[in-house]
Design a binder for this molecule. Structure first.
Ligand code: UDP
Length: 175
């Protein structure tokens, strides 16, 4: 783990419409987007992390042009990798959020990538295997996270002692 200077923007990469974009633009959830879309949000809890444009990032110098270029490049590469990885285990990567930091003058990925920060749908059944189970009161959140981990080969197949304690994980992260 490395300590980084956090860039005050979140990048959301979307392949399929879900969540806030469906409400903002009136697109039906589940609609594949014509191309991968990267959105930026200003990291400010009091303001509710508002959607911003590249113009805002440049105007307020939240990241330089070169850094923004690196951020876009990284977001697309992470998306390509994750789409392939999840497709291999029958999961559709709908969208996810990335955070970025500065480390020795370079842009690096920061924070976690997990079912808490991604939308993951089973390819066959469309079942949600992510934090929307909690946000939308669907239940079965821990089981869904374990299913993702199991498919990725990160969980013992049977009877293992792995415990997914989401409550204490989020408390540690302060959210
Ligand atoms: N997301 C996140 N943290 C946030 C906001 C969003 O991890 O503070 C993730 C969310 O899990 C989803 C994606 O970013 O995978 C897009 O979220 P959206 O903008 O649709 O917001 P929502 O309606 O979920 O709040």
């Amino acid at each position: 783990v490395r300590q980084v200077e956090i860039v005050p923007i979140e990048g959301v990469v979307r392949n399929v419409a879900a969540g806030s974009i469906t409400k903002r633009l009136g697109i039906e959830e589940g609609t594949p987007l014509p191309r991968t879309l990267i959105e930026y949000y200003y990291k400010d809890d009091a303001l509710g992390d508002p959607l911003i444009s590249e113009e805002h990032i440049a105007c307020f110098n939240w990241a330089s042009q070169e850094e923004l270029h690196d951020i876009q490049d990284m977001a697309i590469r992470v998306n390509d990798f994750l789409v392939g990885m999840f497709a291999g285990v029958g999961i559709r990567l709908v969208d996810f959020k990335l955070e970025f930091g500065r480390y020795e003058g370079e842009i690096v990925l920061a924070d976690e990538i997990s079912p808490d920060t991604c939308r993951l749908w089973d390819k066959e059944t469309m079942k949600k295997l992510d934090k929307d189970r909690f946000r939308r009161d669907l239940g079965g959140e821990a089981e869904a996270y374990q299913e993702v981990a199991r498919r990725l080969g990160l969980m013992p197949e049977e009877g293992g002692g792995a415990v997914v304690d989401l409550v204490s994980h989020r408390l540690r992260k302060g959210k």
